[in-house]
Design a binder for this molecule. Structure first.
Ligand code: PGA
Length: 249
C-alpha cells in the first residue's frame, strides 16, 4: 500500500506563496509512491483547490468549528471547508490542545461534526515531555483516543486517520525513535481493537509526525504498524517534501 504523507503548513505561506508552492509541487508529484494531502491556511484553500484539480494531491484544513453554522464569529464550518475543496481536516493537533486549550470533548465534537459534513479527520494524539518522563505515554495516548473517538460508529473509522505526534518531537528536531513509534502504533491499534474491533484495529491508518525530514522519514515511515507521516516544518520546503513524496518506499 502507498504511504500517506500529510503536509501541515501551520500559520505559514500566504496565498501568493501557496500558489507558487502548489504549482511546482503538482508539476513534480508522480503520485506513484505516496498519497499526499496538503493542509494550507484556510485563506489559501480555494486557490489550492483550483491548482490541484485534476492532480493526485488532496487538500486538508488545519482546524474546523465544532458547530454546524450560526453565530460563531471567526469560526469556519466543516461544510464551508468541503465547499472550497478540503477533503480532510486535522483535529486535536497538540498546538490546538496546548495553545488554544482544546479539550478531548471539543475534539470529539469537531470529529463528529466534520464526519457528518463528509470531511475525513486526521486525529492527532501524543504525550508531552512530562508524561514521557513519568512513564505515562501510553495512558495519555489511550485517553486522547478513547475520548476523541467516543460514540463513533465503526464504519466511520474508515474516514479517520490517527497521527501519533508526541509533543516533545514537534518542531524540536528531536524525532521519536523507530522503537518508540512502533510501540505507540501498537498502543493505538490496541485501543481501537478494544473499543471497536479487530478489523478496525488492522484497517485504521496510523501515521507518525514530529521533526520528520528527508533523512529520517524512510526509516520512521516504514516502522511496523505505521502507514505514513505528518510533516510540519520540512513540508514548507517544496523540493524536500516533493523528494520524500516521490521516493518513499
Ligand atoms: P514538525 O511538525 O514536522 O515541524 O515537527 C509536525 C506537526 O506539527 O504536525
Amino acid at each position: 500500500m502507498k504511504k500517506l504523507l500529510i503536509a501541515n503548513f501551520k500559520m505559514n505561506e500566504n496565498p501568493s506563496e501557496t500558489k507558487l508552492y502548489f504549482t511546482k509541487f503538482v508539476a513534480g508529484f508522480s503520485g506513484e509512491r505516496a498519497d499526499v494531502i496538503i493542509c494550507p491556511s484556510y485563506v489559501s484553500l480555494p486557490l489550492a483547490s483550483f491548482l490541484t484539480a485534476n492532480s493526485a494531491v488532496k487538500l486538508g484544513a488545519q482546524n474546523v468549528s465544532d458547530e454546524d453554522a450560526g453565530a460563531f464569529t471567526g469560526e469556519v464550518s466543516a461544510k464551508m471547508l468541503k465547499s472550497v475543496g478540503a477533503e480532510y481536516v486535522i483535529v486535536g493537533h497538540s498546538e490546538r490542545r496546548n495553545k488554544f486549550k482544546e479539550s478531548d470533548k471539543l475534539i470529539n465534537k469537531k470529529i463528529k461534526t466534520s464526519l457528518k459534513a463528509g470531511l475525513k479527520c486526521i486525529l492527532c494524539v501524543g504525550e508531552g515531555a512530562l508524561d514521557k518522563n513519568v512513564g505515562k505515554s501510553q495512558e495519555v495516548i489511550r485517553k486522547q483516543l478513547e475520548e476523541g473517538l467516543r460514540g463513533l460508529y465503526e464504519n466511520e473509522l474508515e474516514s479517520v486517520v490517527i497521527a501519533y505526534e508526541p509533543t516533545w518531537a514537534i518542531g524540536t528536531g528531536n524525532n521519536a525513535s523507530v522503537k518508540e513509534v512502533e510501540q505507540a502504533a501498537k498502543v493505538i491499534r490496541k485501543v481501537v481493537y478494544e473499543n471497536f474491533s479487530e478489523k478496525a484495529s488492522r484497517d485504521i491508518q496510523v501515521i507518525y509526525g514530529g521533526s520528520l525530514n528527508e533523512r529520517n522519514a524512510p526509516a520512521l515511515l516504514n516502522t511496523p504498524g505505521i502507514d505514513g507521516g505528518l510533516f510540519g516544518g520540512i513540508s514548507l520546503d517544496y523540493s524536500a517534501f516533493l523528494n520524500i513524496a516521490n521516493s518513499i518506499k
